[in-house]
Write a protein that binds this ligand. Structure first.
Ligand code: G6P
Length: 454
């Protein structure tokens, strides 16, 4: 059996009160059993700067920590990853920065990940590299282990060529990615965009549908939308603790007739500001504002990046303004939580929410949309979904909106809140069918099947 070495920015475990615990998330849940079965390893950063750790085993998987210094975190993680690549790949919603002093640590850190992986990677193993932080790793590994099977999965969008061409290091990134045997993306649009960029900046030829020819090798392109452990979410949504918590939550929210929910990492790609303005529009036009309660959960993220700090202030100002304009003593229309929630608490919010607003300006996939659907096992509930989320390619029965069109989002929230139950039920049934069939285990199976066939 071929061994699989996953190489990702972070390890799938984090240290809590001196103990290693498995991090939550679909990717980890899907890969854990696979790696256990094939004696796999996971190469990644532990989450602590300036710490040198030896490889160790956790739940039957070899963990290979890659050390990062504080200076490297600045240049690599906060800098090139999250001030250059992240905004550039997300439609340049904030202006990407291009700094040579941040490119250099990106190269050096990618090289270190590749070295750590190469130490355990044999020529007949599969190396599976994850996401935008490690785009140089496939090429670096190919140079060290020419016979290995190398896969790369991009969790975020691959941008259109007009945007990608701005990157001063576009050729190096394309050539390094072409070191892979399989390059997988969330959407058809990303596959297309990558093929355009590979032709233009790598001189690759499209040899057949879904394949590139480059320097005597063939590279397969795959569309593989990531997903969630659907049955786990549905099971928890049915649990007595969650049911009890839902009733309490609805009461805490003033027994509002229409509970509307947004759940996001606090990131400018998520469109939280425009979504709040759309909700304000609804309060503006209704005679019965008390019937509505809007909950926005904003999970702290990348707090050292100035654009994230600015966004936080802006969102908090908008929340303050709406609650100032429409609230009354003892009642505020917007409940804003700046924190992450325990999984069961999060699911209680999903079950309590009549309308879910997932309105990113650009998003690789958006798993919150799928989680909401998986949690709607009783009352249908209505999902409003941005056309710019990867999930919109699959979840066609949601109410699809352009998140920049604030008036239409306002009208769509109203439509969702008053949708008749038979339409809501029919839409949710279709959505549930999709998230049940295309879950994260199916995703991992499809990704690994194509790698194992190389
Ligand atoms: C996105 C990226 C992931 C990343 C996650 C959280 O989903 O695709 O690679 O891990 O955001 O961001 P963070 O910077 O905290 O790892």
């Amino acid at each position: 059996m071929q061994r699989i070495i996953v190489i990702a920015n972070r390890l799938p475990v984090a240290r809590k009160e001196g103990l290693w615990v498995t991090s939550p998330g679909g990717l980890v849940r899907a890969l854990e059993p696979v790696l256990q079965r094939v004696n796999g390893s996971w190469v990644g950063w532990s989450g602590d700067a300036d710490s040198e750790l030896e490889p160790f085993e956790h739940d039957g998987i070899e963990q290979i920590p890659v050390p990062l210094s504080s200076a490297e975190l600045d240049g690599f993680y906060y800098g090139f990853c999250n001030s250059t690549l992240w905004p550039l790949y997300h439609d340049a919603i904030v202006a990407p920065e291009f700094h040579r002093h941040q490119w250099r640590p990106y190269v050096a850190v990618n090289q270190r990940y590749a070295h750590h992986a190469a130490r355990v990677l044999r020529n007949d193993d599969i190396a599976w590299v994850q996401d935008y932080q490690l785009q140089l790793v496939p090429g670096m590994l190919r140079a060290m282990r020419p016979e290995a099977t190398i896969g790369f999965y991009l969790h975020i969008p691959f941008p259109p060529i007009e945007l990608f061409s701005r990157l001063p290091w576009r050729q190096q990134i394309i050539e390094a990615l072409l070191g892979s045997d399989v390059l997988a993306f969330q959407t058809r649009a990303s596959v297309r965009n990558f093929a355009d960029a590979a032709r233009r900046f790598g001189d690759a030829r499209v040899s057949s549908r879904g394949e590139l020819a480059w320097r005597g090798r063939t590279i397969k392109l795959q569309r593989a939308p990531i997903a969630i452990d659907t049955s786990h979410f549905s099971r928890l949504a049915r649990s007595p603790q969650v049911t009890e918590r839902v009733a309490a939550l609805r009461h805490e929210l003033g027994d509002a007739e229409h509970i509307i929910l947004g759940v996001d990492r606090l990131d400018y790609t998520k469109g939280i500001d425009l979504r709040l303005k759309a909700f304000a529009g609804l309060l503006e036009e209704t005679d019965e504002p008390h019937k509505y309660a809007f909950v926005q959960v904003a999970v702290p993220s990348r707090e050292d990046v100035p654009a994230y700090q600015d966004l936080r202030s802006e969102i908090e100002q908008i929340v303050g303004r709406i609650n100032g304009d429409y609230g009354e003593p003892g009642w505020a229309p917007v409940s804003y939580l700046y924190r992450s929630l325990e999984l069961e608490e999060l699911i209680a919010y999903y079950v309590a929410a009549d309308v879910m607003l997932v309105t990113p300006l650009r998003d690789g996939m958006n798993l919150v949309a799928k989680e909401y659907v998986a949690a709607r096992i009783g009352d249908p509930g209505v999902l409003i979904l941005s056309e710019f989320a990867g999930a919109a390619e699959q979840l066609r029965s949601a109410l699809i909106v352009n998140p920049y069109d604030v008036d239409t989002v306002t009208a769509t929230i109203r439509r969702a809140a008053h949708m008749d139950r038979s339409e809501a039920r029919m839409r949710m049934q279709r959505l549930r069918r999709t998230v049940r069939k295309e879950d994260v285990f199916e995703w991992a199976r499809a990704c690994l099947a194509i790698l194992e066939a190389i």
